[in-house]
Design a protein around this ligand. Structure first.
Ligand code: BGC
Ligand code: BGC
Length: 643
């Protein structure tokens, strides 16, 4: 018994050993097969193979998750995981905490990313933000001039390319890899509240400014496949050409309204910069809230799928604007299921939902299950989203760290912004009669006056999309105000007196050599910026009238567009359009005091009265105060040392 038992036990032991060995071999084989099948995980695999491999593993739920972009306010690691969310957005002013540090941003982004990576397939999410003039939601970031000012530097697209590269670094400094920029709107009416987001009324200037795209995303390598998005790794970000298409052409400049123009007009004015952007490998295109000849762009199959995807062969993904599909109906969200159907059918690949994502996911799922939206449409969307994520190396580098944090608001970037400010200024008048120019100003005087609502206010000189969505007056972030810049530029012996809105007595009582008056618009964004009057903020006009009546004056206009100024021009000795220069006010003083010359040329027509509007260069009723292309020059007064 004992012996037999032993034998049996020994035999069983051998059998177990064999089975174990067999299992090990089987496990190894499975692992090998598995490894071979998980092709999407291997960067050496061709892009197409990776996309195809991953696509075939994905469930409908996982695919729809990729198409869903949610606001950071409603995001968490658990939500990312549970709904397979593909993307997160910071809306304007949506920050992890007031004055959040780069580290706080990075921790937040990594937290969401961990959730995304913990899903079955571990597809990384992409985080998007409006870095439209620098990483502008972030405290202490370098704020560059808004596009309206950059358009003035038109002969220098290389400058905007460098700005793009600096912006990419500052966006990456906060752990983010996707910027909703550039806005390539061609603003045809300054009454539009987003006119400052546009480089010019002239599509050729807008086209040349698309050089910001290789700045943000990196240069498309030689022999790279045509029309394929290109985004370099780590120090570059995915860009977004917006808002497709015709956003700058709405009737009377009303935001999100109707652009009435024939096909040739659309093609010749509003479309060209999209062709440049696609050529330069732009990763994404955002759809416009506006309509074209009465049809909402968010529901426009012919333009999104037909033209952008099929004719232009754009291969990146199309993203909706925030609540953009909701606004397909009037009133918005009147029939959300219909909105989802119309938007996805039109060709939108990722929907900036941004908050009620469960409803979006449920509606889209049901529409697919009922065959209202074909699976092929979902597959097209997901393929495009994955394509961008693979190309930019998100699968290889999903997590972020502090290694680029020192670029946020760096001195180097501030110098670049200052250069951009210098080049974006337009000198509109210099001296009461042309023979006696007031500019450049002497740095040595006894006593000078600085006045105006915009002379000592970082928020005012940055405009909208700065810290808050609509911007904010006050010293809201680090930077140099015009007043500080003037103090930095004059000789220490020069007394600089600041009085925001001096009265007659004060002006008479002092013996000022000259005055610098900085006035303009208060910050706004989108619809709140729509204006039929285009006036500057009170008491700007009376500040001009008072000061210029008693003191030789330079008026610096800080505004997102040309403003009503005609009756005041004759009272003013020198007039400078500074647009929305951003944090580096020193660039203004650099040019006022002649360290550099004025070079800027208007990229917009300066109207006389608002009833002329719209009025663009080439129009038959063209009778501007200052024409498109206008701009006086000065020579640098101080010779710079040449070493
Ligand atoms: C704006 C876009 C912006 C998006 C995300 C929208 O309201 O139209 O330009 O990218 O919000 O903040
Ligand atoms: C958001 C912006 C967005 C806007 C759309 C705001 O609440 O902060 O990002 O552009 O809504 O109208």
């Amino acid at each position: 018994m004992k012996k037999e038992g032993d034998t049996v036990i020994q035999g069983m032991g051998r059998l177990v050993a064999h089975i174990t060995a067999g299992l090990v071999v089987l496990w190894l084989c499975t692992a090998a097969v598995e490894a071979e099948y998980m092709k999407y995980k291997y960067p050496k695999q061709p892009l197409k193979v990776r996309i195809k491999d991953l696509m075939k593993r994905m469930t409908l739920e996982e695919k729809i998750g990729q198409m869903t972009q949610i606001e950071r306010k409603v995001a968490s690691a658990d939500i990312m995981k549970k709904y397979f969310i593909g993307s997160v957005v910071s809306g304007g002013g949506s920050v992890p905490a007031p004055k959040a540090s780069a580290e706080a941003w990075i921790n937040m982004v990594n937290e969401f990313q961990k959730g995304a990576l913990s899903t079955r397939l571990g597809i990384p999410m992409i985080y998007g933000i409006d870095a439209v003039h620098g990483q502008n939601n972030v405290y202490n970031a370098t704020i560059f001039p808004h596009n309206v000012g950059l358009g003035v530097t038109r002969k220098d697209p290389e400058l905007v390319k460098r700005i793009g590269a600096a912006t990419a670094l500052e966006v990456r400094a906060t752990g983010i890899s996707y910027a909703f920029a550039p806005c390539i709107a061609v603003c045809r009416d300054p009454r539009w509240g987003r006119c400052y987001e546009s480089y010019s009324e002239d599509h050729e200037i807008v086209q040349s400014m698309t050089e910001i795209i290789p700045g943000l995303q990196g240069d498309v390598p030689l022999n790279y496949p045509k029309n394929l998005p290109f985004v370099g790794p780590r120090t570059k970000v995915a860009g977004c050409a917006k808002h497709f298409v015709g956003d700058g052409g709405t009737t009377n400049g009303i935001n999100e309204n109707n652009t009435v123009i024939d096909w040739n007009g659309l093609l010749n004015i509003h479309m060209p910069a999209y062709l440049d952007s696609i050529k330069k490998g732009v990763a994404t295109v955002m759809v416009s809230y506006s309509s074209w000849n009465g049809e909402k762009m968010h529901a426009n199959y012919d333009l999104i799928t037909g033209y952008l995807k099929k004719t232009l062969k754009f291969k990146g993904f199309v993203i909706s604007d925030m609540w953009g599909i909701d606004r397909i109906t009037t009133p918005p969200r009147a029939n959300y299921t219909y909105s989802v159907q119309a938007g996805i059918h039109a060709g939108i690949d990722m929907v900036m939902v941004p908050d009620e994502f469960v409803e979006f996911i449920d509606d889209l799922t049901l529409l697919v299950k009922k065959n209202v939206i074909p699976m092929s449409r979902i597959n097209d969307a997901v393929r495009r989203i994955l394509r961008v994520k693979f190309i930019m190396g998100l699968f290889e580098n999903p997590m972020t760290d502090l290694s680029l944090a020192n670029h946020l608001g760096s001195q180097e970037h501030r110098e670049l912004a200052r250069e951009a400010v210098r080049k974006s200024l337009v000198l509109l008048k210099n001296g009461k009669d042309g023979n006696e120019p007031l500019l450049p100003l002497p740095t040595t005087s006894e006593k000078i006056l600085v006045a105006g609502s915009h002379a000592d206010d970082i928020g005012n000189q940055c405009g909208g999309w700065t810290i808050e969505w609509e911007g904010l007056s006050g010293n809201i972030t680090a930077g140099t105000t015009i007043l500080t810049a003037i103090k930095n530029s004059v000789d220490p012996a020069t007394e600089v007196v600041y009085n925001e809105n001096p009265d007659t007595e004060f002006l008479k009582a002092n013996n000022f050599s000259y005055a610098i008056v900085a006035v303009g618009e208060l910050p706004y964004a989108e619809t709140s910026g729509d204006s039929n009057f285009l006036t500057i903020a009170e008491p700007g006009y009376s500040t001009i009238a008072n000061v210029c009546a008693y003191v030789k004056c330079v008026v610096v206009v800080i505004s997102g567009r040309p403003v009503f100024i005609e009756p005041y021009v004759e009272k003013i000795d020198a007039l400078v359009a500074a647009w929305l220069p951003g944090t580096e006010g020193q660039g203004i003083a650099d040019v006022l005091f002649g360290e550099y010359g004025f070079t800027g040329k208007l990229a917009r027509t300066w109207f006389r009265t608002v009833d002329q509007l719209p009025m663009n260069v080439g129009d038959s009723h063209y009778d501007p105060l200052f024409p498109f292309g206008y701009g006086l020059t000065t020579s640098p007064r101080v010779m710079k040392a040449s070493h």
